[in-house]
Write a protein that binds this ligand. Structure first.
Ligand code: SF4
Length: 448
């Protein structure tokens, strides 16, 4: 067997990659694997046998940052056993906290920013020629090429359509680490998706920090709803999802496309964040709770079976009990099928970082528990409405907990577990829903 040094010399070093955070980061990891694969490096899922470890980080929430420090701390031993091992940190935390990472974690070899993914192979070569860590974090750039991606999953794919964000929500670091909005040309998006479909992809997710502002920056401006409509006409494409939406840019035209086009998923993920006008203002969200509810009313009227999900932040600076109750009221009124709820954590470099907390951590945790309890009950009740009905399910593979059980998703993205053969992975099957839980469904495969 080749030794680590020889594998580097023969360009067959083994790469272990771990991704934190959102779908855009997952997509970026596919790009990292493409550029390293092009050099001949091979992916491994065994961290102890790897020659290169890449952490693709997120800094939107505090947890992934803490997780990164925990993970790297544990690698100290591995690095001592194998001094040739290269530890690389990329993604949003690297972009935002490069100096801190280099100072706190001296055994990190390479730090690379969100705009430098294509340059990672070069940085690896550079690091092997020097005794010092190397760091490349450009302030801006745009190295997205939809062709340059290594996808392991053959039946579904992420396709970015817009990178960056112009919104500057006061709590969010994304505009600082991903830069301003830049839309990818519609012709490139359509070509990419046609190729994916020809290769067997059934479901695509159009990605962006704010997909609804797609196309405003193009030489020939185009709306997101027009792009969605165009994509939906690609022959053989069974399902189209998109995320994330921003209520200030979400249009009735998008709802009309969902209604008109069979293959656009009947699912809207619309982050509310808070039900209080005061807090929405402090968050710089640029919509009111009233405007948010107007979109929901229109969606409910036009798409009665549409699944609506959201994100909520609890304990934002300035939030008092009345503000929190306003959020709870909207949750009860809208009856989101799922809500991704977070306790606010300050991110250095954002406007909200300097805002003073209005409640204690203890109160934040209590309100958070209250919110989750209300939401879990609603999620369960909404899921229960699906029991006894038959749905198409795209099989994603074996359940992580139970070998004989498959997991898949309904068109509206709800998770369903059912007995079946692993060979069905990547196929769309008919499943009868037999039982509801708060976060998923149970079902039986329909006889063919
Ligand atoms: S819309 Fe707001 S929360 Fe979303 S990425 Fe942009 S700044 Fe962050």
């Amino acid at each position: 067997m080749l030794k680590n040094k020889e594998r580097f010399e023969k360009n067959t070093a083994k790469v272990y990659i771990q991704t934190f955070g959102c779908q855009m980061n997952e997509y970026d990891s596919e790009r990292i694997l493409y550029f390293l694969g092009k050099e001949g490096y091979v992916r491994t899922f065994n961290i102890e046998k790897s020659d290169i470890i890449v952490f693709n980080t997120c800094s939107v929430r505090e947890k992934p940052v803490n997780k990164l420090y925990g993970h790297i701390g544990r690698l100290k031993k591995l690095k001592k056993l194998n001094p040739q091992l290269l530890i690389c940190v990329g993604g949003c935390t690297a972009q935002n906290l490069k100096d801190k990472i280099l100072k706190d974690l001296p055994y990190v070899d390479i730090v690379f920013g969100t705009h430098n993914i294509s340059e990672l192979p070069e940085l690896i070569k550079r690091r092997r020629l020097t005794n010092n860590s190397v760091c490349l974090v450009r302030e801006s750039g745009f190295d997205y090429d939809l062709e340059k991606v290594k996808r392991d999953i053959k039946f579904k794919a992420y396709v970015p359509i817009i990178i960056g964000c112009n919104n500057y929500c006061s709590y969010c670091i994304v505009p600082y680490v991903r830069g301003r909005e830049r839309s990818i040309l519609p012709t490139n998006i359509i070509e990419c998706i046609k190729k994916l479909v020809a290769g067997g992809v059934l479901e695509i997710t159009l990605l962006g920090q704010n997909v609804n502002s797609y196309g405003k920056d193009l030489h020939e401006p185009m709306s997101f709803s027009s792009l969605l409509d165009k994509v939906s006409h690609i022959e053989g494409l069974k399902r189209i999802r998109f995320m994330t939406s921003h209520p200030k840019d979400f249009s009735e035209e998008i709802i009309n496309v969902i209604k008109k086009r069979e293959n656009v998923a009947n699912h809207i993920h619309l982050p509310l964040q808070s039900g209080s006008e005061k807090i929405l203002g402090l968050m710089n969200r640029k919509y009111t709770a009233y405007e948010f509810l107007k979109i929901i009313d229109f969606a409910r009227k036009e798409l009665p079976d549409c699944l609506i999900t959201t994100d909520i932040i609890v304990g934002f600076p300035g939030e008092d009990r009345n503000d929190f109750l306003e959020t709870l009221n909207i949750m009860r009124e809208v009856r989101f099928s799922r809500a991704f709820t977070f306790i606010y954590s300050p991110r250095k470099g954002t406007k909200a970082y300097s805002m003073a907390d209005s409640i204690t951590m203890q109160e934040k945790k209590e309100w958070f528990r209250e919110l989750v309890e209300v939401q879990n009950k609603i999620s369960y009740e909404e899921n229960k409405k699906l029991v006894g009905k038959k749905f198409e399910v795209l099989v994603e593979g074996k359940s992580k907990k139970d070998e004989g059980i498959l997991m898949g998703r309904l068109e509206n993205s709800t998770l369903v577990n059912f007995k079946g053969n692993e060979d069905s992975t990547g196929k769309i099957l008919q499943v009868n829903i037999t039982k509801a839980k708060s976060f998923y469904l149970l079902g039986d495969l329909c006889a063919t």
